[in-house]
Design a binder for this molecule. Structure first.
Ligand SMILES: Cc1ncc(C[n+]2csc(CCOP(=O)(O)OP(=O)(O)O)c2C)c(N)n1
Ligand SMILES: [Mg+2]
Length: 557
C-alpha cells in the first residue's frame, strides 16, 4: 500500500464523491445549486456550501422540495444553464415531480441529485426508502442509479473517475446540446440517483480544493446527436401567418429570428415575446372569430414555440386545408397539424410575402381597436396594459401564471417590447408559479441588478404555491412583484361549456372553488410587503415598489 492509498483510505468515500461531482459540475458551468436538507444528502450539502462560500457556485436552501425544484426551473430558464437540485431520499424525491414534468415539456435543464439508501437497504423496509428509480418515467432524459461509493472504489481510483464521468454525462444530458427522442436539440431534466452508505459526510476533501486540483477542463460535450439541419423552402406568396407560442428563441441566428423578418402577420401569444413585432396583430384573438372571411384565406401557418392559449388557434393549425410549418423549439415535438413540415435549420422563402396580406390584417386589427369604447371600469384589460407599461423599461421581466390572466394578456397586451417574458406552458400547471418567479428573478438579478420581475397570477394560483413565499434569507434580495388578481376562485372556468351545463351551486363548488383567505396576513406572515389596489392609479403606484411585494388586485369587473 502506498502512502497515498492510506491517505485515501482515511477519507470518507461519500464526501470524496460529493466533492468531485459538484466541483466538476461547477467547472462545467452548472453553478446554481438548490438544496432541500435531509440526512442522506449531507455530503452533497457540505460540498455545495463549500463551493458557495468560495464563490464557485450559488446555493439556495429551501425546506420544500416542490418549491425548490420550481425555483431551480425558474433559475435555469433565466440563466440558460442547467440548475442542480439536491434532495434526500423518500417522498422528498417525489416532490420534485411537478417541476420535472414542466422542465421536460419546456426544455429546461435540471440535474437532479436524489440521494438514496445503498442496495442492501432497499426493498427491506428500511426507513425513508422508496423506489426512486424510474419515478419520473420518461420526464427525465436519463435516470442513472449510482451505487454507493466505497473504500474499495476510492482506493482503486474508480470513485473519483466515476464522479467526474457522471458530472460530465449529466451536464451533457441536461443541456440543449443533446437531442430528445424526436431528434430535437433541447435541454431536459436528468436524474442521478445516488446511493450513500455511512459514514455519510466529512469536512474533507473540501470541494473548493477539488475544484482547483482538477486541472484543465477538457471538452465534456458529447457529439451532437441531432440529425443534420437542412434548409426548408416556403412559398410566402401563399397567404401565411406566423403563430408564436411559448418558448420562442429570439437569438440572432435562430430560425425564429429570421421568420420574424418575413413581413407576415404574427399572432403572438404573450409568452412568445414577439408581441412587439411590426407584423404582430394585437387583436388576433378576437379577429379569429370575428373575421371568418379573412381567416378562410389563410393557406399556411408557421408555428414557433408551443401555442396553448386558444382553441381558435389550435383549430387553425389543425385545419386540413392549411399547411403548417412547425419550427422545432425548446418546447419539443409539436404535431397538432398531424402532417406538418417539421423545420430544423433555416426556413428559406422561395417567394416573398405580399405586403397587401399583412395590410389586410393590420387594417382589421385597427378596426377592432377603434370600435372599442373605452370602459370606465378597472377591468382586466387595464391590468394587462399597466403590466406592460410598467415593464417595458429597465430590463424588467414578466412571468405569467396559467389560467385566465395570460389569456386576458393574449387578448389585450399592447405591442410593447419587454426584455424577458416567461410562463410555464410546458404543462401549464397552476402550481409552482411563485417559486418559478423567485428563481427567475434571482437568476436575472446577476445581469440586471436593477430590473424588476412582475408575475401576473390568479388568486388560486397564488394560494396553491403560498408556501413558496418563504425565501432563503441569505440570497433572495429580489425586486419581485406578485400581481394577484383576486376574483375569489378560478374564474377561467366561466368561459367553458360546463358553466352553462350545471347549476350555479354545482359550478361554484366543483369548479370555481371560492376562497376566503386574507392575502395580506398571508403575505406579511412570510415577510412580504403588501398592497391592495382597486384602481389604475393605485396599481401604477404599486408597480413602482421595490423588494418583494404581493399586490392584491381587485378588478371592478
Ligand atoms: C396543478 C394544477 N391543478 C389544477 C389545474 C386546473 N386549473 C386551471 S386554471 C385553474 C383555476 C385557477 O384560478 P386562479 O388562479 O384564481 O385564476 P383565474 O382564472 O381566476 O384568473 C385550475 C384549478 C392546473 N392547471 N394545474
Ligand atoms: Mg381567480
Amino acid at each position: 500500500m502506498t502512502s497515498s492509498d492510506s491517505a485515501a483510505n482515511s477519507k470518507v468515500p461519500s464526501q470524496v464523491f460529493a466533492a468531485h461531482l459538484l466541483a466538476q459540475l461547477a467547472r462545467l458551468g452548472a453553478r446554481d445549486i438548490f438544496l432541500s436538507p435531509g440526512a442522506r444528502s449531507q455530503s452533497l450539502a457540505i460540498a455545495a456550501k463549500q463551493l458557495a462560500d468560495a464563490g464557485a457556485a450559488s446555493l439556495t436552501v429551501r425546506l420544500d422540495e416542490r418549491s425548490m425544484a420550481f425555483q431551480a426551473l425558474g433559475c435555469a430558464v433565466a440563466s440558460g444553464r442547467p440548475a442542480i437540485v439536491i434532495t434526500t431520499s423518500g417522498t422528498a424525491v417525489a416532490n420534485l415531480h411537478p417541476a420535472v414534468l414542466e422542465a421536460h415539456h419546456s426544455g429546461v435543464g435540471l440535474i437532479l441529485l436524489t440521494s438514496d439508501r445503498p442496495a442492501e437497504l432497499r426493498g427491506v423496509g428500511a426507513s425513508q426508502t422508496a423506489n426512486q428509480v424510474g419515478l419520473f418515467a420518461d420526464a427525465v432524459r436519463e435516470c442513472i442509479d449510482v451505487a454507493a461509493p466505497t473504500s474499495a472504489t476510492l482506493a482503486s481510483g474508480e470513485l473519483v473517475a466515476s464522479a467526474i464521468h457522471l458530472a460530465n454525462q449529466s451536464f451533457n444530458l441536461a443541456s440543449a446540446t443533446t437531442a430528445d427522442q424526436h431528434g430535437i436539440l433541447r435541454a431536459n431534466p436528468v436524474q442521478l440517483n445516488l446511493a450513500f452508505r455511512e459514514p455519510l459526510s466529512a469536512l474533507e476533501p473540501n470541494a473548493v480544493g477539488v475544484f482547483a486540483e482538477l486541472g484543465e477542463l477538457t471538452s465534456a460535450h458529447a457529439e451532437q446527436t441531432a440529425p443534420a439541419a437542412h434548409a426548408t423552402t416556403i412559398d410566402l406568396s401563399k397567404n401565411t401567418v406566423v403563430i408564436a407560442g411559448a418558448g420562442v428563441n429570439l437569438e440572432a441566428d435562430s430560425v425564429e429570428h429570421s421568420v420574424a423578418q418575413f413581413g407576415l402577420p404574427v399572432f403572438a401569444e404573450p409568452s412568445s415575446g414577439l408581441r412587439h413585432l411590426g407584423g404582430s396583430i394585437q387583436r388576433y384573438r378576437s379577429l379569429l372569430t370575428s373575421q371568418q372571411e379573412l381567416v378562410a384565406q389563410i393557406e399556411q401557418v408557421i408555428v414557433l414555440g408551443k401555442p396553448t392559449l386558444s382553441r381558435a388557434v389550435m383549430a387553425l393549425i389543425a385545419k386540413p386545408t392549411v399547411q403548417a410549418f412547425v419550427v422545432e423549439s425548446r418546447m419539443g415535438f409539436f404535431n397538432l397539424a398531424h402532417n406538418p413540415v417539421q423545420v430544423r435549420g433555416a426556413l428559406k422563402p422561395s417567394q416573398t410575402a405580399e405586403s397587401a396580406w399583412l395590410q389586410q390584417w393590420q387594417a382589421a386589427d385597427q378596426e377592432v381597436e377603434a370600435a372599442k369604447a373605452e370602459s370606465q371600469e378597472f377591468d382586466r384589460k387595464k391590468i394587462v396594459e399597466e403590466l406592460y407599461a410598467a415593464s417595458g423599461a429597465n430590463d424588467d421581466a414578466i412571468i405569467f401564471g396559467a389560467s385566465r390572466m395570460i389569456r386576458e394578456a393574449d387578448a389585450h397586451a399592447p405591442k410593447t417590447a419587454v426584455a424577458n417574458i416567461w410562463s410555464n406552458r410546458g404543462v401549464a400547471g397552476i402550481d409552482g408559479t411563485i417559486a418559478t418567479a423567485i428563481g427567475f428573478a434571482a437568476a436575472r438579478k446577476n445581469e440586471h441588478p436593477r430590473a424588476t420581475t412582475r408575475a401576473l397570477i390568479g388568486d388560486l394560483t397564488f394560494l396553491h404555491d403560498a408556501s413558496s413565499l418563504a425565501l432563503d434569507p441569505t440570497r433572495d434580495q429580489l425586486d419581485l412583484q406578485l400581481w394577484v388578481v383576486n376574483d375569489n376562485g378560478g374564474t377561467i372556468f366561466e368561459s367553458l361549456e360546463v358553466a352553462k351545463l350545471v347549476d350555479h351551486e354545482t359550478f361554484e363548488r366543483v369548479l370555481t372553488t371560492p376562497q376566503h383567505v386574507d392575502l395580506q396576513k398571508l403575505a406579511q406572515a412570510y415577510g412580504w410587503q403588501f398592497m391592495q389596489v382597486t384602481s389604475v392609479a393605485e396599481l401604477q403606484q404599486a408597480a413602482k415598489s421595490q423588494g418583494c411585494i404581493v399586490i392584491e388586485i381587485l378588478p371592478s369587473k
